[in-house]
Design a binder for this molecule. Structure first.
Ligand code: SF4
Ligand code: SF4
Ligand code: FES
Length: 259
């Protein structure tokens, strides 16, 4: 087994400020960045704060920025870096720092709560739902999400624009809206909930200009932009330019104003 010394630069601090700190740390064959952070904790920086759980790319907790790119620390092999390069590890930039590499991701939980859940179809008992395999496959892709929030962190709409956070749900939760809107058994429309309208007016779909940066960092390889955001935009536009839908929504809004 071969070992070498790597140079690491890790952000240390809290909400009041902080700085990058340099370390030289031993690396063994087959290790990932999270192993090195753990070795730092064990040998040189006992109070270094880091969040992790599974070390298998499944819990979504070890998200950080490695050399400026949002990644899972447990799924980033040391072998992808040149041995001479200094590896910089910083907390997710789009969320407030708690301490060191740990950020407060509660923005995402708040956005999750704003998406109304699946509305069961009336008159169909649980266990009797039937769907085409193609519809199952479509939502299955979105269900692979491990809620690491790397896509949320990388999206330029909120990354450097705190002011957009109120109006924009971010790719992960627009994908959730898309999943529900595409679900053939979702009875939201029958219950008066227009998911395409809320995507535009409440979750900020219009802010997304389909740059695909979210897709590029997704560790699950979900085609967030191509399979969720673009189809959701198309469905929202269809709704807007369908004359019957337009007329119906005008009448409904007029009724809402007069009652
Ligand atoms: S495609 Fe849309 S949601 Fe994804 S990073 Fe770009 S602007 Fe953000
Ligand atoms: S869609 Fe991908 S990048 Fe975004 S939270 Fe889910 S797993 Fe992470
Ligand atoms: S520790 Fe669970 S995804 Fe990295």
């Amino acid at each position: 087994m071969s070992t070498y010394d790597a140079r690491f630069r890790v952000w240390r601090g809290d909400q009041d400020g902080g700085d990058l700190e340099d370390f030289t740390v031993e690396v063994h064959d087959g290790e990932v960045v999270l192993d090195i952070i753990h070795r730092l904790q064990a040998t040189q920086a006992g109070d270094l704060a880091v969040r992790w759980n599974c070390k298998a790319g499944k819990c979504g907790s070890c998200s950080a920025e490695i050399n400026g790119r949002p990644r899972l620390m447990c799924m980033t092999r040391m072998s992808v870096f040149d041995r001479a390069e200094t590896i910089t590890v910083t907390p997710l930039r789009a969320f407030p720092v708690v301490r060191d590499l740990v950020t407060d991701v509660s923005f995402n939980y708040a956005k999750a709560r704003e998406v109304p859940s699946f509305v069961p179809p009336p008159g169909v008992a649980a266990g009797e739902y039937r769907m085409q395999q193609i519809d199952v496959d479509r939502s299955q892709e979105f269900r692979k999400c491990i809620e690491c929030f790397l896509c949320q962190d990388t999206c330029h709409v909120v990354r450097d624009h705190e002011e957009n956070k109120t109006a924009f749900a971010g790719p992960r939760f627009l994908m959730r809206v898309a999943e529900l809107d595409m679900h053939p058994l979702d009875a939201a429309a029958e219950s008066g909930l227009d998911r395409r309208r809320t995507a535009q007016e409440e979750h900020g779909l219009g802010y997304c200009n389909i740059t695909k940066c979210c897709t590029e960092v997704c560790p699950e390889g979900i085609h967030i932009t191509d399979n969720a955001l673009i189809p959701l935009k198309e469905r929202a536009v269809d709704r807007k330019y369908d004359p019957l839908v337009w007329l119906g929504s005008r009448i409904r809004r007029r009724d809402e104003r007069t009652t």
